[in-house]
Design a protein around this ligand. Sequence first.
Ligand code: PLP
Length: 358
Amino acid sequence: MKIYFTPGPSQLYPKVKNYIEQALKEDILSISHRSRRFEEIFFGIQTGLQKLMGIPNDFHIVFTSSGTECMERALENTTKKYSHHFINGAFSERFYQCSLELKKYPTKTEIEWGSGFYASPKLDKNIETLCLTHNETSTGVAQNMDFIYKLKKENPNMLITLDVVSSAPVVDLDFRYLDCVFFSVQKGFGLPAGLGVMVISPQAFKKSLFLQNKGINIGSYHSFPSLIKYAQKRQTPETPNVLDLYLLEKVIVDMNKVGIEKIRKETKQKAKLLYRYFDKHLGFKTFVKADRDRSQTVIVIHTGGNTTALIEKLATRGLVIGEGYGKFKQSQIRIANFPSHSIENIKLLIETLKHYEF
Ligand SMILES: *Cc1c(COP(=O)(O)O)cnc(C)c1O
């Protein structure tokens, strides 16, 4: 049996394999997405996620096919022309590119990869949406949330769109200062890929209606008004990934049983073990220097050119870790620390690493 520490797809949440069998027995793969059974699953996710992530009742929860799709939908539905992007890695850069490709006029505040944002930039009054990435999966930086809340307090008319793809559900969010928050399920939820989730504030929904009324293109079946119209009936506009939704409902129930506080506490403990090990090691260096910027869910390490050797050696012990992202493919490794990874898994990884000299 292998253990996947890759930052997505990753290790499945403990009982997912059983739930897939259960889904087959219950004929979930054949049910209609207009059926009562489907609506139960949808409702289970809505209420379960509200509890797990502290989502207010008046926020809408809708489904897409991926995290990347959520970037596009959020921009189409909140931004006529001007989005502003905080870029410190490959995913925040991707978000910016998305806006360019949609023919918007995005602006950006860019800092060095491996750092987080602290100082508020001067923002043009025309900006409609501020786009941020909470957890930069490419570098292992987690953005301090107070910075984001402050942006909203200082610019209440701007909408805040936040990518939490590789930090949900662990990240503790105050939705009062957020408008579009999205993730996909193959990272922190330990599920098969092919499902995105977006949480939409009343203010963001209102903006999408405003744009629609002005005759602006906000997309078709996955526009906010269409998604929300169906979500109110506990349905989706299209035939969705019903199996993944079924599994998501099960995993959310399990996570709520454990309790989000415990999940957060364990994540912190496991991250501490990993950082402590790598910080003491002579051959490895944590990419993110400042402790306050370090992600707890994706740990990125400089290997001094030993990435391939390291990955191969760990693979012989059934431990699968990620290579560096993009230009860091050969020089870094990335280790996911998601709720699916037990403390024992993390200790095993560290003990195995200790066997090798680099
Ligand atoms: C993986 C990832 C994405 C892309 O998600 P997909 O579901 O693969 O489209 C976006 N943002 C971040 C931060 C990610 O880690």
